[in-house]
Design a protein around this ligand. Sequence first.
Ligand code: ADP
Ligand code: ZN
Ligand code: ZN
Length: 730
Amino acid sequence: MSTARIARVALPLPKPRLFDYLVEAHEGLAVGLCVRVPFGPGEKTGVIVALDPADAPPRDKLRTVREVLLELPPLPAQWLAMAEFAARYYQHPLGEVIATALPPGLRRAVRLPREDDPLLAATAAGRAALAAASKLTRALAAVSLVCSAGSMRRAMLLEQLDNARPGAASEGIRQARNKGWLEVLAPGSNIVAVDSFQANAEQAAAIERIGAALGRFESFLLHGITGSGKTEVYLQLIARCLLQGRAALMLVPEIGLTPQLLERVAGRFPGARLVALHSGLADGARSRGFVQALRGEVDIVLGTRLSVFVPLPNLGLIVVDEEHDASFKQQEGLRYSARDLAVWRARQESVPVVLGSATPALESWLAADSGRYTRLSLSQRAVAEAPPSVRLIDTRRLKLDQGLSPQMVDALRLRLERGEQSLVFLNRRGYAPVIACPSCNWISACPHCSANMVFHQVDAILRCHHCGAEAPVPRTCPDCGSHDVMAFGRGTQRLEERLGEYFPAARILRVDRDAVKTPAQWAFVREQIDTGQVDILVGTQMLAKGHDFPRLTLVCIVGADASLYSSDYRAPERLFQQLMQVSGRAGRAELPGEVLIQTAFVDHPLFHKLTEHDFPGFAALQLAERRQAGFPPYSHHAVLRAEASDLAQALDFLKHARELALSLQGAVRLFDPVPMRLVRRARLERAQLVVEADSRPALQAMLSEWMRQLYEVRLARDLRWHLDVDPGDL
Ligand code: ADP
Ligand code: ZN
Ligand code: ZN
């Protein structure tokens, strides 16, 4: 091994350190390659992050790399730089950051032969066959998907057809081609479709302004109510980006990656190599998209938060739609914010980034106020004349029937008579949040969590929404034997039941995570809604996001008050975002919309701003409160959480951590360790310690020093801890 070099490798281990190995020098050996290395008695896969580092230990102390995986091109330097930044900023071991950022099962996937990905279009015969069909065969399903998008890459079509059974899907495509229903378009067919909307004045101004920034870094905050045409702005910008021969990355919330959006993008860019990525995708498909992107064979990546890590050698534009959405923040492992990383990445790669929302995060709004982001606004709906009218119903002097006021019932009846759709929004699934015994005060507490088990009447079961534990519904009180055990409060199931009693002839559909679990179920629900087979929708925030309901004219909001005076300082911001979003569902095109909100706090400023559709006003109020209280975005937080079977143990660890922190220099404030609000979850007791600083650099400096020490602390056997930088909640 005279020609051996030293490779510094990041391995997926919960330790903030890198490992050095000998590796035979050969052509193509480079930083960014994946390697298999011996580790202890076993073996691990990692990524080379440096070659021949100056501070390597003596060679005779080093083991040798088993295999360099050359099928995969090396991860680009910019990609590694982003991983290193994330590791530094979120105080997470680099090897684990890289393991999070790479799709699982990448090694298997890269062994797939490089295949040509033909662009398919439907023939006249295909369209005729589709029109004449009475039953959708797999071949016809392929034709219909291609038709709806204009044309489609084969790989995309495969994923759309049937994720679970790729064999059957490719057989369907083969049949359609053999029958002459699908044809392969010649390479070089136009990448951008011609038909886009004539942008209105505000859209045109935004497109011009952002378009002029292509080729350099600038952050834009695109503020526009639902339906104001933000997506249209993104699409026209993506078109410009593609015409410059560069790739676009568009991030959407977890629930925002709907077939509708996918079709809209695929339909606009029929010739583009489009990759859609989300966590529900099979490992193989995820890896394939990642590798294609890495090879520079992808024009558009459309995906959820994990897509921020997709390498695009020729990146030209980043879009983050619904940038305020909580799903951009990962809540486990590497607790990163995909929105914040997107902005960092845009700066590093010198491309513009567009953050779009009807209700931007206050962090982003403040950044625009201070000029760090360029604010652009779309103030009108692109097609409907007016935003919905929002009316408050004062519940203080009303007798509610299962949470429904007479006004709401009347409004629902009116829509039924007119043949229009309504949506009743209640952000709590299940039948009732708890069942209890009035005789002895027994309640359906979860044995593993400090929470109650929710009564699910549909499955006749009690279920904990925190740990998933289930229990039978007792007929008599388990403690005193009383027969009077009762369901208290209400969830979507109970609301659905009561609405069914009011309106026996109405077609009522409940949409929540219990009723709709798979993409196929979603597609079915959408189909029913779109084709007018539903009169009243009852649902949770699942219904609030990213879907157009053309026949919907009434939105009823039941019971939003709990969030008004929550102990979480972000609760009002979240509530406003949610209510604004769900309100945006009402009224489209020629049908004006109405929103009814029941509340005991009709004078609350949040509702005033909501009735006036005044997000800027609301943001100003909230920011003033936050500034006064010294909360983010005027300060910066990190929270150290510990969990153990015994609360005292978790608290002891945090007390020790606090002592370590006190001995460090740095302009930070340390709070006291406290039990978390939901102190017990899945049999573990949880506590937390908040660190606050006026500036990010001050916080970062303290954290990196602190973490070095914390990784050295010997832990009690069942104690676990993690750090969350810029936490979503406290
Ligand atoms: P947003 O993303 O802000 O909710 P969309 O881009 O989805 O808004 O636009 C809302 C609706 O208006 C869509 O049906 C879209 O096709 C239509 N639309 C957008 N821009 C225009 C335009 N300039 N002219 C006509 N229709 C438009
Ligand atoms: Zn009892
Ligand atoms: Zn539980």
